[in-house]
Design a protein around this ligand. Structure first.
Ligand SMILES: *Cc1c(COP(=O)(O)O)cnc(C)c1O
Length: 428
């Protein structure tokens, strides 16, 4: 494939945007080469500035669960845009999407909309601190909760790709309130709670980790977290920015039958526009301003275009009784197809999958936490990435990312992908 125009556009971008990108993982630092510039996208395909067609397994890092330029979402945005794009005053559509989200997700009474997953997680932790009157937070190594200061401590994907798990600019004062636990290791969590008795406001977790590859929670792990939170007056925060409205209507809470105290959303909930949200029972949400003392605000929060896209997306997911099964079946088909060709071509690998999240690790052991994920062979991944790109298949340019399956992918697309992987595996 030819990337002439993408390379030229990247060179221009580098002059005026740090690293030529507005989010670091886009820059291809983890795999080498220069990033692809997208011209447009439709359904399962991206079309780049050089006229190449790529089958897309990133889907804007999750939001485009029904495919790109999905008509009901586009129509809703276009219609709204003609009536004014922002007011900073209440609009009916905010209530409509809130009602629908509250009806789809278990154990929440109220939801507050923000502009990104970062904001959602940052606000959720402030609320947890305000509600409990405690300062410390437990997070898991390799889990990503956006780029706010408290979370830039072993934060998975973007941060790990660059080997800078702790960013300069995060103060020691902030870092000392974030305690790091090992994913899938309840004894480790118990020990942290024991040595910080009465100081922990919340445990925040990706209920299925998606930012160190896809890592499912071990059987009983989320339940055990629920119990230890109950016993110690700690709030359990599920960061469902990736899993919400993707693993099921009610996200991971529904899939694993575990109730969280606060739930964070992003990605799918915005239908491809900048939206995040956090939600909880009344008792907790009523601590937020203007009802309560915990401050949180946003000029563009609940923006009508964003709400129109999100509402159209949630309606589609809510009305299609078969969507999550269909996504899971496609992902399973892809999983089996990839396993088969990697085995035939004698490539050491482990594949993790939950619902429509899947990751391929070039590592023979089980991948269950950040250490085992980081153990994978990055040189093999780089070759794999560039090989697939050359065959017209786009996966994330980092070994620490999940692939997101969209309903727009046909079985023909999946077969095309499996054949491409077969071809590339012979060169690894
Ligand atoms: C993407 C992501 C975030 C951050 O969301 P942004 O919209 O990029 O700020 C937070 N948590 C999880 C689990 C994510 O996957």
């Amino acid at each position: 494939m030819i990337y002439k125009r993408s390379s030229a556009l990247f060179a221009e971008a580098e002059k005026v945007i740090p690293g030529g990108v507005n989010s670091p993982v886009r820059a291809f630092k983890g795999v080498g080469g220069t990033p692809i510039f997208v011209k447009e996208a439709k359904g399962a395909y991206l079309y780049d500035e050089d006229g190449n067609r790529l089958v897309d397994y990133i889907n804007s890092w999750g939001p485009m669960i029904l495919g790109h330029a999905y008509k009901p979402v586009v129509d809703a945005v276009v219609e709204k845009a003609q009536k004014g794009t922002s007011f900073g005053m209440p609009t009916e559509i905010e209530t409509k999407i809130a009602e629908l989200a509250v009806s789809m997700v278990p154990n929440i009474d109220k939801i507050r909309f923000v502009n990104s997953g970062t904001e959602a997680c940052m606000s959720a932790v402030r609320l947890a601190r305000g509600y409990t009157g405690k300062d410390k937070v437990i997070k898991f190594a390799g889990c990503y909760h956006g780029h706010s200061d408290s979370f830039l401590i072993q934060a998975g994907s973007g941060a790990s790709t660059f080997g800078t798990p702790n960013s300069p600019g995060v103060t020691q004062g902030t870092a000392k309130d974030t305690l790091l636990a090992k994913y899938n290791d309840i004894d480790n969590v118990n020990a942290l709670i024991e040595s910080n008795k009465g100081e922990i406001a919340c445990i925040i977790i990706e209920p299925v980790a998606g930012n160190m590859g896809c890592i499912p929670p071990k059987d009983g792990f989320l339940q055990a977290l629920r119990e230890v939170c109950n016993a110690n007056n700690i709030l359990l925060v599920f960061d469902e920015v990736m899993t919400g409205f993707r693993l099921s209507k009610g996200g991971a809470q529904e899939l694993f039958n575990v109730k969280a105290d606060i739930v964070c959303f992003g990605k799918v909930i915005g239908g491809g526009l900048p939206v995040g949200a956090f939600a909880a029972r009344n008792e907790i949400m009523n601590h937020l301003a203007p009802l309560g003392p915990v401050y949180q605000a946003g000029t563009l929060s609940g923006n009508p275009l964003a709400m129109a896209a999100g509402l159209a997306m949630l309606k589609e997911l809510n009305n299609d009784g078969d969507i999550f099964t269909r996504l899971e079946e496609k992902t399973k088909y892809l999983h089996e197809g990839i396993s088969k060709v990697l085995v035939v071509n004698d490539v050491t690998h482990t594949i993790n999958r939950v619902g429509s999240m899947i990751s391929v690790h070039f590592d023979e052991g089980a991948v269950t936490d950040f250490d085992s994920s980081a153990y994978g062979n990055n040189d093999t991944f780089k070759k794999f990435f560039h090989g697939l790109l050359n065959e017209g298949v786009y996966i994330a340019p980092s070994a620490f990312e999940t692939w997101f399956i969209t309903d727009a992918l046909s079985y023909k697309d999946l077969d095309f992908t499996i054949e491409a992987i077969d071809k590339v595996s012979k060169t690894l």
